[in-house]
Design a protein around this ligand. Structure first.
Ligand SMILES: [Zn+2]
Length: 258
């Protein structure tokens, strides 16, 4: 039983019991965990005002219960711009959800923290949030141990020089002459899509979102991510479904006749 301090990303929150909040946080030292903010829904509580998609120094009490207790917090960065734009908000929530889904309880992985902070920061400023969020999403999958080897054709071992290519979720990439037709567990992509994906995976955290994708390549990269996640998690996360709905809405808005 001990009191400790950790720098934490607030991923999610929901009302708990009469006046408490149950938080899902990701700490540099602690990894992902649940914490109760007791009485935080009372206006005068010193814990009031803590909200998801923010970064804070937290005072935590670790007792006998499986859930730790939040005793105090100091906001470092609240990313207010994320709360004012539905598209940015949906992407930021997806990133939080991915971290929640992909990482085990109390299994520290300090590299997650700078990636998620950089992603939320860039999203808050970005005019095209999709590239930033997808780059960060793939990098978070990589940190969670999902590292697709999409360099050489699974059959001829050559680096593909022309498309279309076939991505098989289990086996990797196949060049145009070797890809299995109508295979259910994968999707077709262009060479440009694969090359952009490699560029994204090579970026370091300070350059996140710098390599933009547009048009068909951007759409394929989004689809590739959705299908990859669905295949590996076994379902489409609700946060990803929400991103898709918001994106479809924005697309309709853009194509509306004047
Ligand atoms: Zn081949």
């Amino acid at each position: 039983m001990a009191q400790y301090q950790d720098h934490m990303l607030i991923l999610k929150s929901r009302p708990y019991r009469e006046a408490d909040i149950l938080l899902t946080v990701f700490g540099i030292k602690s990894g992902k965990m649940g914490a109760i903010a007791k009485g935080a829904r009372r206006a005068k509580s010193r814990l009031a005002g803590i909200y998801p998609l923010s970064y804070a120094v937290c005072q935590i009490y670790h007792g006998r219960s499986t859930l730790d207790t939040l005793n105090g917090w100091d906001l470092i960065e609240g990313f207010p711009a994320l709360q004012k734009d539905l598209s940015k908000l949906s992407w930021a929530m997806l990133l939080a959800d991915l971290v929640d889904e992909m990482f085990l309880e109390r299994d520290p992985n300090p590299s997650v923290v700078p990636w998620l902070i950089a992603a939320w920061e860039r999203l808050a400023r970005a005019s095209a949030p999709r590239t930033t969020a997808l780059t960060a999403s793939w990098q978070l999958l990589k940190l969670a141990g999902y590292i697709p080897q999409w360099d050489r054709c699974g059959l001829c071992q050559q680096v593909p020089l022309q498309g279309p290519l076939w991505i098989d979720w289990e086996q990797g990439v196949y060049c145009a002459s070797h890809y299995p037709n109508h295979h259910p567990g994968g999707m077709e992509i262009s060479l440009g899509t694969l090359r952009t994906w490699h560029q994204w995976m090579a970026l370091d955290v300070t350059k996140i979102g710098n390599y933009d994708a547009k048009g068909i390549i951007a759409n394929q990269l989004f689809d590739l991510f959705c299908q990859y996640v669905e295949h590996h998690i076994g379902r489409m996360p609700r946060s990803l479904q929400f991103v898709r709905e918001v994106e479809t809405m924005a697309e309709k808005e853009r194509n509306k006749p004047l």
